[in-house]
Design a binder for this molecule. Structure first.
Ligand code: AMP
Ligand code: ZN
Ligand code: FE
Ligand code: FE
Length: 276
């Protein structure tokens, strides 16, 4: 039995509904799926119901954008208590930061002579956690850019003319919040940062795991992080980071995490929450 623990829906910047995502996962033979939308757990209830229907095990999760020493990275929270009040308060706060940032970035695009408006982006996003991919979609739809990638390269990437920094939780705050919500904190796609120096401090803050298996990790990158996981005594996770169609097919199921790793995660959750 295999798992894909890194998935997005249209509750953030993915293009599938939770039901569609579960259908694809089922077709690819997954036995476990985790939903990890950016800064929201809005899709988790529907995803859980869809997984139940298909006999798939569901893990409620979230991908948090955090900051460590001025550097942005993504932390995955797994087995979150969706009813935990402070989690929902914090997510709401950072969703409102995302809304404001859309208007700030659109303002910069307007200054560059590109005529789009913030409401247009929020309409296309149609969710509580809008982001740059939604701006990119509007730029492509209106013919300002040929592709999402061009929109990022030309305007939206860090340092490009429409980029605006985002107010973020610190890594320590996010790890504490994930733990308070009964969950496990995992560093997402470490191979993309080229900054292994962040792992030590994250471990000191209570990091539980490393996403070793990832679509854009080469075999040697995966092996490198498996070794680090062992060295730091961390859990091993993996996922595709499917956002919807990618060159005609979804990434979901492209990373297949063996069930033994899920068992270890469950033991760790029990050990964390079991006795108090
Ligand atoms: P934001 O959450 O607004 O900071 O946007 C970051 C998200 O944009 C990432 O999680 C990716 O899903 C997406 N992204 C980053 N770079 C690109 C790119 N070149 N093309 C398409 N999507 C991208
Ligand atoms: Zn994304
Ligand atoms: Fe990410
Ligand atoms: Fe992601």
């Amino acid at each position: 039995m295999y798992a894909d623990l890194h998935l997005h829906t249209l509750y953030s910047d993915g293009t599938y509904t939770p039901e569609e995502l579960v259908d694809y996962g089922c077709a690819r033979g997954l036995g476990v799926m985790a939903l990890t939308d950016h800064d929201t757990v809005d899709g988790c209830t529907l995803m859980s119901a869809a997984c139940d229907k298909q006999g798939i095990e569901f893990i409620p999760g979230c991908e948090f954008t955090v900051e460590l020493d001025g550097f942005e990275l993504h932390l995955l929270g797994y087995f979150l208590d969706l009813k935990y009040e402070r989690l929902n308060e914090q997510l709401k706060k950072y969703q409102s930061v995302r809304h404001d940032r859309i208007y700030q970035m659109v303002f910069k695009l307007n200054e560059l002579g590109i005529e789009i408006d913030g409401d247009e982006v929020l309409n296309i996003a149609n969710c509580n956690s809008p982001g740059r991919p939604h701006i990119a979609r509007v730029l492509v739809e209106k013919g300002n850019c040929k592709s999402l990638d061009e929109a990022f390269q030309k305007f939206l990437k860090k340092g490009r003319p429409a980029w605006v920094p985002k107010d973020k939780m610190t890594a320590q705050e996010a790890i504490n919040l994930i733990h308070e919500a009964g969950g496990l904190a995992v560093i997402a796609h470490p191979g993309l940062y080229h900054r292994d120096g962040v792992i030590g401090p994250l471990v000191d803050f209570g990091l539980d795991g490393i996403e070793c298996f990832y679509t854009r990790h080469s075999t040697s990158t995966t092996e490198h992080y498996l070794m680090l996981a062992e060295q730091y005594n961390l859990l091993v996770t993996g996922g595709s980071d499917c956002h919807g169609e990618n060159k005609g097919r979804p990434l979901i199921g492209g990373v297949k995490l063996p069930y033994q790793y899920i068992e270890r995660m469950k033991s760790a959750v029990l050990a964390q929450n079991g006795t108090d």
